[in-house]
Design a protein around this ligand. Structure first.
Ligand code: AMP
Length: 250
């Protein structure tokens, strides 16, 4: 089984993001970047399938500028066999990402395409679904458990009322939730070794794919500042305040 994993380079999840003074977007200059957390779960799952002898090859793909080499090296250091960079300066929205990942999938013919359930920068949660539609593959989104059984993948996903279990026929698209696994820690020697591994680079513009944005970003603004809390002297005072506040305890 061949697995293709899509990994996005995003602002590190520990960073408190700043907005550009003109409100046009988030300021990512000189900000620490890393692998989108859900995509680390996706790579980890692919590697576990390889270690179980189910997968034969794990290929990581990332779309963006040459800076994306760092997230691909991280995937190689975790254990991915190959890495592909679709290089572009364009602002990519989920449909464009789905089309570009499809171009790699058409060439590589993976049995399973793993993505994160969402990117923590745009919070779109759309790429996996759009890719499945474009490929005409079954999809298992927000997956918290995955098992390969013959020509099927059994996925468990969390839904409103509890969990849902689906059987998907291969080839298919699966998007990873954080609960799927605990991604392995990357050791320094592995990172050093990954620096020497080649990354195949494809100029995305040469693929002739329309990546034009379909949505215009009008404005980005900070959430309203939280009001300072107050201290009360007793439980009675607290209950009093809660009662007087829009009948909360009425
Ligand atoms: P989104 O639909 O933007 O929330 O992203 C969902 C998933 O699509 C991510 O977790 C990644 O697996 C994949 N993805 C989105 N953008 C990219 C990108 N530029 N390069 C590689 N994978 C991406």
């Amino acid at each position: 089984m061949k697995i293709l994993v899509a990994i996005k380079r995003v602002v590190d999840y520990n960073i408190q993001v700043r907005i550009k003074p003109d409100g046009s977007n988030v300021d990512i200059d000189n900000v620490k970047m890393g692998v989108n957390p859900f995509d680390e779960n996706a790579i980890e799952e692919a590697l576990r399938l390889k270690e179980k002898g189910i997968a034969t090859e794990v290929i990581a793909v990332s779309l963006g500028t040459s800076a994306n080499q760092d997230v691909l090296r991280h995937a190689l250091a975790m254990g991915a066999d190959r890495a592909i960079l679709l290089e572009t300066d364009a602002e990519l929205q989920p449909l464009a990402v789905a089309k570009l990942v499809k171009s790699v999938a058409d060439r590589e013919q993976p049995d399973l395409i793993l993505l994160g359930k969402q990117a923590i920068d745009d919070d779109a949660g759309q790429t996996g679904q759009m890719l499945a539609a474009l490929m005409d593959y079954p999809q298992g989104t927000f997956t918290s458990e995955l098992q390969v059984e013959g020509k099927e993948i059994i996925v468990t996903r969390e839904v409103d009322g509890g969990t849902e279990t689906l059987a998907l026929t291969l080839p298919c698209v699966v998007t990873a939730d954080l609960r799927l696994n605990d991604p392995r820690f990357v050791k320094l020697p592995n990172l050093m070794m990954a620096r020497k591994k080649p990354i195949e680079t494809i100029n995305a513009a040469e693929l002739g794919i329309d990546v034009n944005p379909r949505l215009n970003l009008l404005q980005v603004s900070e959430p309203p500042a939280r009001k300072a809390g107050i201290k009360v002297d007793s439980v009675e005072e607290l209950v009093d305040k809660l009662r007087s506040h829009e009948g909360l305890l009425a």
